[in-house]
Design a protein. Structure first.
Length: 318
């Protein structure tokens, strides 16, 4: 059978539809069940017991054989029911740097009044992650995947399976949720100093914009640096407020792709820019980012930092 035809047949037979936004409900036609190796041996022994009982006309042998056969058939029902109708959601993973482990999380919800025990999630690397789900409850299944390169890392196909309660049958379902982890470039080791900022009104190489004199407080905006939050005001019950500074300096630090040494390749340039973004954010410097195809105006805060890191992670050379 040609490879393309086998893949198409497998996709149809095992309900493989590609990444889905979720939630994915494990309805009955998405759950498959087959005997395990122990189950095959179990039913082979039953056949031998049945043959012996017929040959020697053993009444008790018939009773024991059919009793064990009924137990095995009940095992099919309970194994299938243990995984059927679960709902699977994807939790957006936090970004990581290349070389770190991406932590994907699946939220598995059990809306029935039956305990779901002995469940396993098998990732693309074949690693097994066991878990249980209490009745009318949900649980988080953590799946760690090692990262090597920057970019968008999809979770891929995960197999949910169970052999509960007897281990004679394996019921499983393939789920592929449309979720990916943003992998930032690995930052260059510390030591390369930040480039000199450019002053717009001739105030020299100042590292920040207008932060010499405290001028008041304003309402906290999402992404404001934690260093600018007025924690004492929050302790007095005034809510989250950010400190506002004023001064003569009006400088902008640009992290520019074109200012990097020409001997650096693409990945080395991205690695150095990543280090500079982290250093500038740690020093609370107002900085902007220039790449060949996009430019980000100077700003500060966690949101600005993450936006710049994401652009570096997803950069594609034209």
């Amino acid at each position: 059978m040609p490879l393309a035809l086998r893949r198409r047949l497998g996709s149809w037979l095992f309900q493989i539809r590609g990444p889905q936004p979720g939630p994915i409900v494990l309805i009955h036609r998405k759950v498959f069940i087959l005997p395990t190796s122990h189950g095959m041996v179990y039913f082979l022994v039953l056949l031998l017991m049945l043959a012996g009982s017929v040959n020697y006309m053993l009444s008790l042998g018939f009773v024991l054989t059919f009793l064990l056969a009924g137990l095995g058939l009940n095992g099919i029902l309970y194994t299938f029911r243990n995984i059927a109708n679960l709902r699977v959601y994807a939790v957006r993973p936090r970004p990581v740097f290349a070389g770190e482990q991406a932590d994907f999380r699946l939220r598995v919800e059990n809306a029935s009044s039956v305990q779901r025990a002995g469940l396993e999630a098998v990732d693309t690397a074949g690693t097994v992650h066991p878990f249980d789900v209490a009745p009318n409850d949900e649980t988080l299944v953590s799946i760690g995947i090692a990262t090597q390169a920057r970019g968008r890392l999809p979770l891929g196909r995960v197999t949910l399976q169970t052999r509960f309660p007897l281990g004679l049958f394996r019921a499983w379902s393939n789920v592929e949720l449309d979720v990916a982890c943003i992998v930032y470039p690995a930052p260059e080791p510390p030591g390369v100093p930040l480039p000199s900022p450019s002053g717009e009104r001739g105030q020299g190489n100042t590292s920040a914009a207008g932060n010499e004199d405290f001028s008041g407080l304003r309402a906290y905006h999402l992404g404001d640096s934690p260093r600018r939050i007025a924690w004492k005001a929050d302790a007095r019950g005034q809510g989250l407020l950010s400190k506002v500074f004023s001064g003569r300096a009006e400088t902008r630090l640009w992290l520019d792709w074109n200012d990097l040494p020409h001997e650096l390749d693409v990945e080395a340039r991205l690695s150095r820019l990543t280090r500079w973004v982290l250093d500038a954010d740690a020093q609370d410097v107002v900085f902007g980012l220039r790449l060949p195809d996009v430019s980000v105006e100077p700003d500060t805060g966690a949101g600005h930092r993450d936006h710049c890191l994401q652009l570096l992670a997803l950069y594609q050379r034209q």
